[in-house]
Ligand binder design. Structure first.
Ligand code: SAH
Ligand code: SF4
Ligand code: F3S
Length: 471
């Protein structure tokens, strides 16, 4: 048994790590032929991508994926810790699984992902969820085959969560959710320690993958006909800093653009280390999509400082303006938290001021959620729940207004759209523009998922655009 430890998770000493090629233990290959699994993913793209590895590992063991958890032999929850409601969803699902297990005692239940890295969650599972068969953490996902096999053969709860990141594992099998869009990790972990955020504890220290491994993966995706890669990291802009002296995110982006993958996206950028070189590279290469997620979190310098964000409102706006000026048609989206401890009305008005300046194309807005073990827990939290809710509502009204206003400006324009499929409700095709807008469209000629077609925008809504494929 290995249990998570918050103090260990905080450590950021320079430890060498090796890059190791994954190898499946032959004994478990196809051992569970005929069995089925249901995998539920909560949280961010990082978790979605981890689930693509998990699904592939389970298939190597012989399991077949099904969509109905009530008929599955194995149910695995890949969880998220970022806000309380993510927790609640996972625990709600565990409640349903407990019920199911009363009827089907052979059901195997596992939990992994960020919640598995939390001491409080694991203690809760040890004490109150003894029927959960196995738990593993974000740093030892590659051990899933052995942990699961042990849980089944020994019929004993397995808790294997490493507090510290170990070696970087390459060549994990992957079962991609999509045959034309792919996620590619470039950096794991986060060293920023924004005071509200649990991610640095659940994902460990920043570790960049070797550039050769990243570029090889993308070359293979190009060869396999993929049209879009989204390169992933909690803060992609930190790429290379732990590994190289002269090769960072700008250099990597440029080399990725040169692979000739038709579309490159990246998530997420911390404004603090968004370099001019990155902006130049994005502007230079047409296959790097003009769409940047640039979380601001707050517009108040007082709150930004309490959050440990390392930039001021003025610095953020300067960066924003530079991006807009240098990258034609660039759409910028953001994340905003309201109700952070100490946020007063005037701080909130500063946030609205930033929103009114930036007129974002998309924004994810959240009420602050206290996460156990983070420094913000120690701040005096004096914002009443009804004030938080009211601020969220006011904020949402304003961001929505700009979504619509920006979309209106696209009417009559032609946008390249990567086709995803046909929406059954409207009998129209749908896909995403270069600027990441959802476009529903009609077409006289047949188009298929993975095609990139030019669509003339005929109508705009808050969350989507309508159009016709132009010939
Ligand atoms: N690495 C990404 C963020 C990952 S979490 C980045 O830095 O941009 C995604 C978003 O969740 C954050 O941008 C933040 O807006 C929100 N978030 C994180 N912790 C939160 C908390 N404790 N309460 C409310 N929102 C939070
Ligand atoms: Fe969390 Fe900040 Fe790291 Fe993003 S940069 S994952 S918000 S600590
Ligand atoms: Fe959630 Fe972990 Fe992602 S906390 S947001 S799944 S890194």
């Amino acid at each position: 048994m290995n249990l998570p430890d918050l103090l260990e998770e905080k450590l950021r000493d320079k430890r060498d790590y090796n890059t190791i090629a994954f190898k499946l233990n032959d004994d478990v290959l196809n051992k569970y032929e005929g069995k089925s699994f249901y995998l539920k993913t909560y949280g961010c793209q990082m978790n979605e991508h981890d689930s693509e590895n998990i699904a592939a590992l389970l298939e190597k063991l012989g399991f077949k994926r099904i969509d109905d958890y009530q008929n599955a032999d194995l149910v695995l929850l890949n969880t998220c810790s970022v806000r309380e409601n993510a927790h609640n969803k996972a625990f709600g699902m565990l409640g349903r699984l407990k019920h199911l297990k009363e009827y089907n005692p052979d059901l195997i239940v596992g939990l992994c992902g960020c919640m598995a890295q939390e001491v409080g969650v694991v203690n809760d599972i040890l004490n109150n969820y003894k029927w959960v068969n196995f738990v593993f953490g974000t740093h030892n996902l590659y051990q899933l085959p052995d942990i699961l096999d042990k849980a089944i053969s020994e019929n004993k709860q397995q808790i294997e969560v490493y507090s510290r990141e170990g070696d970087l594992i390459e060549n994990l099998p992957v079962k991609r959710a999509n045959s034309y869009k792919a996620f590619v990790n470039i950096i794991y972990g986060c060293n920023k320690f924004c005071t509200y955020c649990i991610v640095p504890y659940t994902r460990g220290r920043e570790r960049s993958r070797k550039k050769e491994d990243i570029l090889k993966e993308i070359d293979e995706l190009v060869r396999d006909g993929y049209k879009e890669v989204t390169i992933l990291g909690q803060n992609v802009n930190a790429y290379g800093k732990d590994l190289y002296d002269d090769y960072f995110m700008g250099e990597l982006l440029e080399d990725i653009a040169k692979t000739n993958i038709p579309r490159v996206r990246f998530m997420t950028s911390h404004p603090w280390d968004f370099t001019d070189h990155m902006i130049d590279v994005i502007a230079k290469y047409p296959n790097i999509m003009p769409s940047i997620h640039l979380p601001v979190q707050s517009g108040s310098n007082k709150v930004l400082k309490l959050m440990g964000r390392r930039y001021t409102k003025e610095e953020y706006l300067e960066l924003f303006d530079k991006i807009k000026e240098k990258i034609p048609n660039c759409m910028v989206s953001t994340d905003i938290i309201v109700g952070f401890p100490g946020e007063e009305e005037e701080d909130f008005l500063d946030t609205l001021d930033v929103v009114n300046h930036c007129k974002y194309d998309n924004a994810f807005t959240f009420i602050y959620s206290e996460r156990e073990g983070t420094p913000a827990c120690k701040l005096k939290d004096n914002v009443k729940q009804e004030v938080r809710e009211e601020r969220l509502q006011r904020l949402n009204e304003i961001v929505n207004k700009y979504f619509l206003e920006n979309n209106k400006k696209l009417e009559g324009k032609i946008l390249p759209v990567l086709v995803e499929g046909i929406s059954s409700k409207k009998n129209m095709y749908f896909g995403y523009s270069d600027t990441n807008k959802l476009v529903n469209f009609t077409s006289d000629v047949e188009v298929k998922p993975g095609d990139i077609v030019d669509v003339k925008i005929t109508n705009s809504k808050t969350w989507s655009l309508d159009g016709e494929a132009s010939k």
